[in-house]
Design a protein around this ligand. Structure first.
Ligand code: PMP
Length: 450
């Protein structure tokens, strides 16, 4: 098949996520046909390291026969059955395995089709419970600038990038935004401890001002992924949870990116950040990207408040608990366990982080930040961390183009590149990846002014 045909079909018919309208129909997207392990092969047959790991999701790597076999076998046995008044055994088994690995008493699993629907379902459950508890006015969700929680109306409504909320006119009715939690932008002379304190006071003041009787939940990513791998100050999540507990506000931890090994544990909330949230949302690494699936994990405590009531949680999808997706999820989990991938991440992550931070030697790099196998390098042509959104707009794309020529795909976000390779990446491959990234950044720096 001729790549020219594919490009033409793509440009004529495929409307992509976050499709930029100015270049509609004229895009030159990297076209991928096959992938193996941590590598993708583009339309020219070039082999590239998959720096973003798909979209933070290809935990066990590409092309696993065992995954293909498990999914094919499930499709032969039972490809689909309605989850509404029936069930299927593999989804029930998967729910139990998730509950066994989840923190605290998060024993109830609501299966969804991805991350957005997991967040949407979490928010709908919170509202549902409050209605049943006779407090229908307790509906506001507190979130932060730069957070990303998804693309349905509710999930996008609590996502904090202005650009993504442009047409969500009603979101102000249920969402309240607090300022960014990126320590890079703390005040002149402000210590990290003072910055942390400010964020905790922010949250508590917002609850008090809005009224605890009107605030239902606080939603937070352990590390704000799409916002540019923002790592909040140490102790932030624990302190936020304490504030929430004081005011009977639920804590929703959006682990769509951080669960299933990205930070070296099944879930980051408890094992990395020491908190037991009321609800966890997850997706992506849940099936290692082999099938679209998400899950909302709800605590025993919350379920006890609604169990036995004469009410229906009217929220759900044709594909909730889809058998083939559940087979993918269970098999991916088995592989992660059998191959010791969580332990592997804990071993290789320090090397990844060291190489990441080492990039700060390069002139245009204004910040490097990350944790586990998540990283972000932020650039600015004049080296000013605050001026990033002017001339620097396409630095990320330029770095990506330079890296692709050299065998690495990165994910550009404006003036940043975020990295989250498949978790099976070896130490040698981490070095290869950062060697190319460094060359790519230096080349992008050179082409300034051309
Ligand atoms: N929450 C977080 C933290 C995410 O990063 C994403 C996706 N990038 C979502 C929710 C939405 O997930 P999905 O794209 O699968 O709907």
């Amino acid at each position: 098949m001729d790549n020219t045909d594919v490009r033409s079909w793509d440009n004529t018919h495929f409307v992509h996520p976050w499709e930029g309208m100015s270049a509609l129909g004229q895009n030159e997207r990297t076209f991928v046909e096959t992938a193996r392990g941590i590598h993708i092969f583009n339309g020219n047959g070039d082999r590239l390291i998959d720096g973003p790991g798909g979209m933070w999701c290809t935990q066990i790597g590409y092309g696993r026969e065992e995954m293909a076999e498990a999914m094919a076998e499930q499709a032969r046995q039972l490809a689909y059955f309605s989850p509404f008044s029936n069930t299927n055994s593999i989804a029930a088994r998967f729910a139990r395995e998730l509950a066994r690995r989840s923190p605290g008493d998060l024993n109830h699993v609501f299966f969804t089709t991805g991350g957005s629907t997991a967040v949407d379902s979490a928010l709908r459950f919170v509202q549902f419970r409050n209605n049943l508890l006779g407090r229908p006015e307790k509906k506001i969700v507190i979130t932060r600038q730069k957070a990303y929680h998804g693309s349905t109306y509710l999930a996008a409504g609590v996502s904090g990038k202005e650009r993504d909320r442009l047409w969500l006119d009603k979101a102000d009715q249920f969402a309240h935004f607090l300022p960014d939690v990126n320590p890079l932008y703390r005040g002149e002379g402000q210590s990290i401890e003072e910055f942390l304190e400010e964020k905790i006071v922010d949250l508590e003041n917002a609850i008090l001002t809005l009224g605890a009787d009107r605030v239902a939940a606080f939603i937070a990513e352990p590390i704000l992924a799409s916002g540019g791998v923002i790592v909040p100050p140490k102790g932030y999540h624990r302190r936020c949870l304490e504030v929430c507990r004081r005011h009977d506000v639920l804590y929703i931890s959006d682990e769509v990116v951080t669960a299933f090994g990205r930070l070296g544990h099944w879930f980051a909330s408890e094992d990395v950040f020491g908190i037991r949230p009321d609800i966890i949302t997850c997706a992506k690494g849940l099936t290692s990207g082999y099938a679209p699936m998400g899950a909302t994990l709800i605590s025993d405590r919350l379920i006890a408040d609604v169990a036995g009531r004469d009410a229906t949680f009217s929220n759900g999808y044709t594909y909730s608990g889809h058998p083939v997706c559940a087979a993918a999820g269970l098999t991916s989990m088995e592989i992660i366990e059998r191959e010791g991938i969580l332990e592997h991440v804990r071993t290789v992550a320090p090397v990844f982080q060291e190489r990441l931070h080492d990039l700060s030697r390069i002139g245009i790099v204004t910040d490097t930040r990350g944790m586990g196998l998540m990283g972000c390098v932020q650039c600015s042509l004049d080296g000013d961390k605050h001026s990033a959104l002017k001339a620097d707009y396409d630095i990320g794309a330029r770095i990506d183009a330079e890296c692709q020529k050299r065998g690495l795909l990165v994910r550009p976000i404006v003036n940043m590149c975020v990295m989250s390779p498949p978790l099976i990446i070896t130490e040698d491959q981490v070095h290869q990846m950062f060697d190319i990234l460094e060359e790519g950044i230096r080349a992008a720096e050179q082409c300034d002014g051309e």
